[in-house]
Design a protein. Structure first.
Length: 399
């Protein structure tokens, strides 16, 4: 949904009804993640994409049907084999589960507020009920940056459970499915909700105002990080040298890190390769709950750094978190190539990926995320998308 927040906000602001089709489950490889949406308004205007190819046409038709009927949400499952993947329009070999629902902005006033927060860059979460009692499916709940809960399922117990799940995912900064309820003592309704999250930008902390830092700052900003460059030397740590940084700080690196806010999405990149800065900084960084800690330097520098860190009490478990020498082995030499090497490693760490060439592996490119309980209460129908009809036509099962 958040991939088309700008358009949805303009439609909601104009009280313009639309049908919203959202990917609520992915099995195998798929080009776009869970939470991606397509919307169609009463004039037939479509925005967004969930796959490309013929699936888009089928989803568009379902949106028009739901929009015309203004009725209950429809669930559609698109499955295919390797042989008919091209006919369906998705060549990745996976499966998509899509929820299509009618949205009347006048009956969902808080949706406009949620989309406003998203468009203006404020943290927000929209929880969408995708499975459960029929009267609750399609219901939405909005959690703002302060933790306030707005709208949601019709029962107080369900609102409480969905709100708690949405708040937790907002704090974690990720869009995901959550299973709630099913307990007679707290919330008897068993619900599966898809929580669309816009979190604050993750942080990249670059220590060392060097040429490599300038290139890394540009790359980090391209990836959506809020980038800080920190160095104790005021002659080097200037905004003029780092125009792509969100902030440039003159301070001792360990002192700045000790006083700033970090989380498990934060990337700490130490480019100073000077023991005066590195050792106290890495000693602290490796004890913090950050997502990535990398340090630049040769293998000889790395060995000496490890020795010094052990001397100051850094444990073997903490040392195992250190990515040093920093970056993936790309043969990088220039600052720009090195920035690509470092950011590639950060991406691999964040996604728990190997960093190895895809051409040398097997299996799906995108790791499947199992979703407990998906598929309950699915109504089925078939769309023949493979050809003009007859035995060669391949069915896409929708429910």
């Amino acid at each position: 949904m958040l991939n088309i927040a700008d358009t949805l906000l303009s439609w909601c602001s104009a009280a313009r009804p639309f049908a919203l089709a959202t990917v609520v489950d992915v099995r195998g490889s798929a080009p776009l993640p869970v939470g991606t949406s397509v919307a169609v308004d009463a004039d037939g205007t479509a925005v967004g994409s969930i796959s490309g190819g013929c699936v888009e046409g089928a989803v568009y038709d379902l949106c028009r049907e739901v929009l015309d009927g203004q009725g209950a949400p429809e669930r559609a499952w698109f499955g295919y084999s390797d042989d008919d993947a091209f006919a369906v329009g998705l060549t990745c070999g996976g499966e998509l589960d899509v929820l299509v629902q009618y949205i009347d902005p006048e009956s969902r006033p808080r949706l406009t507020a949620a989309l406003t927060d998203v468009v203006e860059g404020r943290p927000a979460a929209v929880a969408q009920v995708v499975e459960g009692p029929r009267e609750l499916v399609g219901g939405m709940l909005y959690v703002d940056a302060a933790g306030g809960i707005h709208d949601g399922p019709s029962t107080a117990a369900a609102r409480r459970e969905v709100g708690a799940a949405a708040g937790a995912l907002l704090r974690a900064g990720r869009t995901a499915r959550a299973e709630v309820g099913g307990d007679a003592a707290t919330c008897p309704e068993r619900l599966s909700v898809l929580v669309h999250v816009q979190a604050s930008r993750p942080r990249m902390l670059v220590f060392g105002a060097v040429d490599f830092a300038a290139a890394l700052t540009r790359a980090g900003r391209l990836l959506g990080y809020r980038v800080t460059v920190c160095d104790a030397r005021p002659v080097f740590a200037t905004e003029a040298r780092f125009p792509d940084a969100d902030e440039v700080v003159v301070d001792w690196p360990h002192r700045y890190l000790e006083g700033t806010e970090v989380d498990d999405r934060t990337a700490v990149c130490v480019l100073t390769h000077d023991a005066r800065f590195d050792i106290p900084l890495l000693r602290l960084a490796l004890a913090l709950p950050v997502g990535y800690v990398g340090a630049m330097g040769s293998r000889r520098t790395h060995a000496e750094r490890i020795r010094r860190l052990r001397e100051v009490g850094v444990t073997e478990r903490q040392l195992a978190r250190l990515r040093s020498p920093i970056g993936l082995d790309l043969g990088a030499r220039t600052p720009e190539e090195t920035a690509v090497s470092i950011t590639a490693e950060i991406i691999a760490c964040a996604n728990r990926a190997t960093g190895l060439p895809l051409s040398g592996g097997t299996g799906p490119i995108h790791r499947p995320v199992p979703v407990p309980g998906s598929g309950r209460g699915r109504r089925s129908r078939h769309l023949l998308l493979g050809g003009p009809g007859g035995e060669d036509a391949q069915p896409v099962v929708c429910g």
